[in-house]
Design a protein around this ligand. Sequence first.
Ligand SMILES: Cc1cc2nc3c(=O)[nH]c(=O)nc-3n(C[C@H](O)[C@H](O)[C@H](O)COP(=O)(O)OP(=O)(O)OC[C@H]3O[C@@H](n4cnc5c(N)ncnc54)[C@H](O)[C@@H]3O)c2cc1C
Length: 324
Amino acid sequence: MILTFVEHEAGVPEDTTLEALTFARDVADQTDSAIEAVVFGDEGPAVADEVGAYGVGAVHAVSHPDLDTYAPEAWGESVSQLVDELSPEAVIAPGSDRGHEVLAHTAAKRDLAMAANCLEVEAGDSYELTRQRWGGTLLEHARLSGETKLLSAAPNEISAEPADDGGEAAVQEFEPDLEESDLRVQISSIEESDEEGIPLGEARTVVSGGRGVGSPEGFDKLEELADLLDAAIGSSRAAVNEGWRSHDDQIGQTGTKISPKLYIPCGISGAVQHMVGCKGAENIMAINTDPEAAIIQKAEYAVIGDLHEVVPELNEAIREETGQ
Ligand SMILES: Cc1cc2nc3c(=O)[nH]c(=O)nc-3n(C[C@H](O)[C@H](O)[C@H](O)COP(=O)(O)OP(=O)(O)OC[C@H]3O[C@@H](n4cnc5c(N)ncnc54)[C@H](O)[C@@H]3O)c2cc1C
């Protein structure tokens, strides 16, 4: 049996979970296994209605009086106890923050091996894997062994497809035996970001600034450009580290991944950790004083010049052209 970890919002599985279920089905087909799922929260039955179509036969709905909110160690311990009880061939999670965190706790608690961000599996006694490294800039071939293999499916890489022979999933309650130490980390409150405007990850046009912008006020002209182009605003990590922008704006390996039609990085050198976040951009138009900057090599269009001169002129030209 393949056990999948389901992440959901009010009973509706996240897209990355549907991708992980599709990936799990491939492993299940190769190993002639059934697929079951583990779900936290009261919405087990609602989730079961959704995941049956993806080939899940049974949903283990974890209920515990202290597990109303996310608690990574306790969730990892609960999955570990299910592994003890069900002896699955593999546990497969979505390649999300929570998927990775819960799987990592499970791996540590049961001394199991885990492989993150997998794209393909050839399943045998051990699994031959292809997985993403460095935010997808490298592909690694790896071998995963162990009685129960722990894997996450690379996010936004696998197209989620319901099963041809999907059906209904049965719901089974599971109450884990937790100790106080499992509940050391729990969510106490959640604050919505007060950022307004178009979310970076979904924007069709993104204007961003790096160390070359020079100051928080330096972003004013970039924001004007973003307004004129109906674009989202982003930044490099250097601008975040300087305290000029919030981390919500950061694009890159440790920030948001973007895939706009047009990306306009201003005063950004194009370090590999930044490029990982914008490699999905269809076109890059870089503004930089240095013609040798790495981002210029990656850009379809480049303006070699001081952004404090180029951006205001660009704003003016767009205003003239569009009458805004
Ligand atoms: C583990 C790890 C994770 C990281 N994750 C990220 C990440 O998610 N995102 C990220 O961005 N970085 C990340 N970094 C940092 C990354 O390595 C770079 O240090 C960072 O991207 C550099 O930011 P920058 O391009 O703004 O600054 P710099 O590299 O200092 O480049 C500034 C650029 O501005 C140009 N410039 C200067 N003045 C002007 C001007 N007036 N007009 C026009 N151009 C000008 C310069 O020619 C230069 O090219 C990470 C690093 C590590 C180690």
